[in-house]
Ligand binder design. Structure first.
Ligand code: NAI
Length: 324
């Protein structure tokens, strides 16, 4: 067994937390040889519920869990943490404008950024799940002084996985047969599922354009809303699953001949303004991701990219005061 690593999960008393924590504790995210110390963080009002979650983890007697820190104190919560899954965020309430959501979450992620900067391990890898996740990550990373900026990412893996399933279903193959697809842009309804290089069972695969524009893209973009309608609750288990996938791929790499989607600080690739937290197709090797370069962008896709870029620039402008 390796020495233990510390994994922080915020919003740990919430519904994503409840589906995610037990799978992380079982070793699904970091593998069967990696002992874990869990850092479960939530707000003061949620501490009773969080202690209940901690008791349940104890009662699973997980072989890999070497400690549980359940806290509302971020100094303790982020102390020496190696991986952080930032799920906790303020949800959008009835009648709340997107601008208000950005502002409220901006405060949360400014504060969390300071705690991570001051207390976390210098090798920490962070995935922001709490929405609006791209801009929350931008605000967080802005507080970081001496940890590499590329260690701060946001999650579009759920959108990627959703796209993979829709395509597999359409082509009559298994999800794992679908490769070389990606999500570009914001985790929002402007996201761009890119499939022009798709392969199915290692052969170039195409689907008709009308299905792409009228069915596929809207269904991936609106899948979250569809789940809320059906479940009366937002997607939780699939979101937790995707957050784990994000970290596992970041640590173990992408398979040869495939790529995945991660929202990462833009380096200017594909005309995306530098510094925006933007989802790109990436390959990962030895714990480092690289943007897949040179994918052909049709005028159709360029139109969609322009929209999602504009949305993220507008979000950045709305929180400009937090980025000083
Ligand atoms: P939930 O409401 O069940 O749980 C959220 C938890 O976060 C609550 O326990 C709350 O007390 C806690 N929390 C709020 N602010 C916090 C803070 N500053 N520090 C620590 N904990 C805090 O919500 P759920 O369903 O678990 O979703 C969490 C977030 O994940 C939401 O923002 C949701 O929009 C987002 N999400 C993102 C997805 C993505 O693909 N990026 C997919 C699905 C959800």
């Amino acid at each position: 067994l390796k020495p233990p690593v510390r994994v922080a999960i915020t919003g740990a008393a919430g519904q994503i937390g409840y589906s995610l924590i037990f799978r992380v504790a079982s070793g699904e995210m970091l593998g069967p040889n990696q002992p874990i110390i869990l850092h479960l963080i939530d707000l003061p009002f949620a501490m009773t519920a969080l202690n209940g979650v901690a008791m349940e983890i104890q009662d699973c007697a997980f072989p890999l869990v070497q400690g549980i820190v359940a806290t509302d104190n971020q100094t303790v919560g982020f102390k020496d943490v190696n991986y952080a899954l930032l799920v906790g965020a303020k949800p959008r309430g009835p009648g709340m404008e997107r601008g208000d959501l950005l502002k409220d979450n901006g405060k949360i992620f400014t504060e969390t950024g300071k705690y991570i900067n001051d207390h976390a391990s210098r090798d920490i890898k962070v995935v922001v799940v709490g929405n609006p996740c791209n801009t929350n990550c931008l605000i967080l990373a802005n507080q970081i002084k001496d940890i590499p900026k590329e260690n701060f990412t946001a999650m579009t893996r759920l959108d990627h996985n959703r796209a993979q399933y829709q395509l597999a279903d359409k082509l009559g193959v298994h999800s794992s047969d679908i490769r070389k697809i990606a999500i570009f842009g914001n985790h929002s309804p402007t996201m761009v599922p890119y499939i022009d290089q798709m392969t199915a069972k290692n052969h170039k695969a195409t689907v008709d354009q009308q299905w792409v524009t009228q069915t596929f893209i809207p269904s991936v973009q609106q899948r979250g809303a569809e789940i809320i309608k059906a479940r009366k609750l937002s997607s939780a288990a699939s979101a937790g699953n995707a957050a784990m996938n994000h970290i596992t791929t970041w640590v173990n790499g992408t398979p040869e001949g495939d790529y995945t989607s991660m929202a990462i600080p833009s380096d200017g690739s594909y005309g995306v303004p530098k510094g925006l937290i933007f989802s790109f197709p990436v390959t990962v090797k030895n714990g480092k991701y690289s943007i897949v370069q040179g994918l052909p962008i049709s005028p159709f896709y360029q139109g969609l990219l322009d929209k999602t870029i504009k949305e993220l620039v507008d979000e950045r402008n709305a929180v400009d005061h937090l980025l000083k």
